[in-house]
Design a protein around this ligand. Structure first.
Ligand SMILES: [Zn+2]
Length: 110
């Protein structure tokens, strides 16, 4: 991987982390428990509880993704980024471009 390619992936990772941070910040008021005394019918209360569950699941995924991206940034810092954790071969740039948090090469992922 060339330094340019690495810089490109790095900025992609940083942009994605920012995106997740923004999404999590926006979602925050939604994650509060649904107040029982809210005067919205039984059904819509159920709906909003369901929506809240989905929201929480999505936030969990976003946090996990952010953690992976942050560890990818750490690997960029220490120079181990783009090396398959399993067979130690370089991971194809195309794969990293599509999936910057990939830790194993395409053959090991199969
Ligand atoms: Zn591998």
């Amino acid at each position: 991987m060339t330094p340019d390619q690495l810089a490109h992936i790095r900025s992609k990772i940083e942009a994605r982390i920012e995106e997740i941070d923004n999404a999590l910040a926006e979602d925050d008021p939604e994650s509060k428990p649904v107040a029982p005394d809210v005067a919205i019918g039984r059904l819509s209360r159920l709906d909003s509880m369901q929506a809240q569950q989905m929201n929480l699941a999505q936030q969990r995924r976003q946090r996990e993704e952010k953690e992976k991206l942050e560890s990818a940034l750490e690997r960029i810092e220490d120079g181990s980024y783009g090396i398959c954790a399993y067979c130690l071969s370089p991971i194809a740039y195309e794969r990293l471009e599509a999936m910057p948090d990939a830790v194993v090469c395409i053959s090991c992922a199969r």
